[in-house]
Design a protein around this ligand. Structure first.
Ligand SMILES: [Zn+2]
Ligand SMILES: [Zn+2]
Length: 349
């Protein structure tokens, strides 16, 4: 039986078989490393199932990678709308299309769904097989590196939608890693008036300021709750995005959001949080989970193409596939230092 554990290897694998119905093969240009990938490496398997995946049949060992850009090289039956050579990004979600949630359009929480790179071999390889329903053509104005960030930006756009961020919203983001930064860009794109950030790293606070945060606070040096309460005219933020995955911060977020406000959990921690109904019911606060996204990718491509959001400051390193374990996974597993998003240049030798 396959044993979980932090093992990752770089090795030659066969090319994928010809694509099946509604599948395409994409030649990968760049693939970002996600916190999910790192947790598979350090705590795995987390999202990867130990046995065969119920929808795809794939089983470990699995090639990771679900945040990628590339070009279509082959299409299966039913995918005739795509031509070979088309530059694309993809919503990597495999879905059954038939369950209660898929029929509602909530395919991201499909009963048996899963992601390329977690439920089937992913994009940390030259070729990746993907569901064609998630493919979005790329305009020339969006380059391959920027395009590799569309996936996490779509996660953020979905999260700000879950939080109903709109014109005039006042938002607090807990944690300014790649997810928190993507939430900042998405919240601004939806018209948020103020976006406050809580982040212990000075370098990341500085980046938050340069990317459009109203203010970035050091939670070790001040009470962020008090500062944001004051900045919002003694009301509190409308929405707090929990992007740290630190279980203890959920309680703080819940007690910091305004009456009638929402706490959106974008990260998942590895421990339990303690909450009392007294922090929720008398204040009519909502706690909302946000997973992946549904149909947000075309909108992200539009926002990038029009220049309304620019995620390029998030890319801190680009390393080759051969160097990905030491140059990306080990670095991020060790806390990341000054890194935000590390891209893997899959074509580089
Ligand atoms: Zn991801
Ligand atoms: Zn389904």
């Amino acid at each position: 039986m396959w044993r979980p554990g932090p093992s990752l290897t770089y090795e030659m694998v066969p090319e994928p078989p010809p694509p099946g119905r509604d599948q395409a093969i994409v030649e990968v240009a760049f693939c970002g490393i996600c916190g999910t990938d790192v947790s598979e490496y350090t705590h795995g398997p987390v999202m990867i199932r130990p046995g065969p995946h119920p929808l795809t049949g794939a089983r470990p060992p699995m090639i990771l990678g679900h945040e990628f850009s590339g070009r279509v090289v082959a299409t299966g039956p039913g995918a005739e709308r795509l031509r070979a050579g088309q530059r694309v990004v993809t919503d990597p979600c495999w879905r059954c299309g038939q369950c209660y949630w898929c029929r509602r359009g909530d395919y991201q929480i499909c009963k048996v769904g899963g992601s390329v790179g977690l439920a089937s071999d992913g994009a940390l390889a030259r070729y990746v097989t993907v569901p064609t329903e998630g493919l979005v053509p790329l305009p020339d104005s969006v380059d391959d590196q920027t395009a590799a960030l569309t996936e996490p930006l779509a996660v953020a756009l979905h999260a700000v939608g879950r939080g109903e961020v709109g014109a005039g919203s006042r938002v607090l983001i807990q944690g300014f890693g790649p997810v928190g930064a993507a939430v900042l860009l998405a919240a601004r794109a939806r018209g948020a008036e103020d976006v406050f950030v809580s982040e212990p790293s000075a370098g990341r606070r500085q980046l938050a300021g340069s990317m459009g945060a109203s203010a970035a606070y050091d939670p070790a040096a001040c009470s962020v709750r008090t500062e944001v309460y004051r900045e919002t005219g003694k009301v509190g933020p409308d929405v707090i995005f929990e992007c740290t995955g630190i279980p203890g911060l959920l309680e703080e977020s819940v007690s910091s959001v305004r009456k009638g406000g929402k706490v959106v959990m974008v990260g998942i921690g590895h421990g339990n949080a303690q909450l009392s109904g007294w922090q929720i019911v008398p204040y009519e606060r909502e706690i909302i989970g946000s997973l992946g996204y549904r149909n947000d990718l075309p909108r992200v491509v539009e926002l990038l193409a029009s220049g309304q959001i620019d995620p390029r400051p998030l890319i801190t390193s680009v390393v080759s596939l051969r160097s990905a374990i030491s140059g990306a996974f080990d670095v991020l597993a060790g806390g990341g230092g000054r890194e935000m998003k590390i891209l893997i240049d899959v074509q580089a030798s």
